[in-house]
Structures are given as structure tokens and as C-alpha cells.
Design a protein. Structure first.
Length: 110
């Protein structure tokens, strides 16, 4: 039984290290957000495994807090990214309109 718990701990450690690498490496904010969700999920699994190992339920509130943190962080990043996309789309439209106006003005001057 001890070997199972050691293997579980090693798997959680390896998963956490890989996820931290993805958070640091990126390349985009969405990749980092997904990695942070996976890290919080892994942490919840570690807490759950500890509850099973020690036979208690005292850390359930901690698991609820971790889950709600992951949800609220995901919503916040999704809103931020959607606002950035709208801003970038608006800037592209303004740039396209300016190019069209410059082309029309040059043809009208001839």
C-alpha cells in the first residue's frame, strides 16, 4: 500500500512540475490560464488523496476554495481576452478605413 502512495506522490509531483513549466513558458495567456487550471486541479487531487490517506474530511472547504478560485480566474481571463480581441479588431478596422481613405484621396487628386 505504501508503494501506491509513493507512486501517487511522484505522479502528482511530475504533473505539477510540467504544469509550472507550461505556466512559465507560455506562449500565450490562454496557455498559461489552462496550465494554472490544471495546477489547481492537481492541488485539489493532492488534497483529496491526503484526505483518503488520513481518513478525514476536514479539508473539503479548502477544495471548495480552490475550485472557486479556478472558476473565477478562468472567467476573469476570458473577459480580459475577449476585450483585447474587440480592441484589436477595432484597431484593424480603423487601420483598414484609413488605408481606404488614403487610396481614395490619392485617386481623387489625379
Amino acid at each position: 500500500m505504501t508503494i501506491i502512495w509513493i507512486a501517487t506522490g511522484v505522479m502528482f509531483s511530475v504533473a505539477s512540475l510540467l504544469v509550472v513549466y507550461r505556466i512559465v513558458r507560455g506562449p500565450s495567456i490562454l496557455d498559461r490560464m489552462i496550465a494554472s487550471d490544471v495546477l489547481l486541479t492537481t492541488l485539489m487531487l493532492v488534497v483529496g488523496a491526503e484526505m483518503v490517506l488520513n481518513g478525514h474530511t476536514r479539508t473539503i472547504p479548502l477544495m471548495v476554495v480552490l475550485a472557486s478560485t479556478a472558476i473565477f480566474a478562468t472567467i476573469a481571463v476570458a473577459r480580459y481576452v475577449s476585450k483585447q480581441d474587440k480592441t484589436a479588431a477595432g484597431a484593424d478596422q480603423i487601420s483598414a478605413d484609413a488605408t481606404l481613405t488614403d487610396t481614395t484621396t490619392k485617386e481623387g487628386d489625379r
